[in-house]
Design a protein around this ligand. Structure first.
Ligand SMILES: [Zn+2]
Length: 99
């Protein structure tokens, strides 16, 4: 499909939306991220897989926008916390007690 990375996608969100995201601000952007999560849950409850695909993309896009505002590199943050193993038990697959 594509060889583009998480970093590429975050950069795209920066090019498309950074000005608007900065005008909106961090707190409202965080609210939008939360709203999209609710929309994913609604789509799941309706068993609407087409909309579920759209909502996970929206969540990821908003997460990238929030990271751009925080000046966090999402790809680096994700791989730093989850370096091919569970950050708590350091095993793959995870061997922690289920919650
Ligand atoms: Zn674990």
């Amino acid at each position: 499909m594509t060889n583009k990375t998480i970093k590429d996608f975050q950069q795209l969100m920066k090019e498309l939306y950074l000005d608007r995201d900065q005008q909106r601000g961090i707190e409202k952007s965080l609210l939008w991220l939360q709203t999209e999560q609710g929309e994913l849950i609604n789509a799941y409850l309706k068993e609407d897989t087409s909309t579920m695909n759209e909502e996970v993309a929206d969540i990821f896009a908003w997460l990238c926008s929030v990271c751009n505002l925080f000046k966090i590199d999402l790809e680096t943050a994700a791989w730093s916390k989850y370096p091919d193993k569970c950050p708590k038990c350091m095993k793959s697959p995870c061997n922690c007690l289920a919650k």
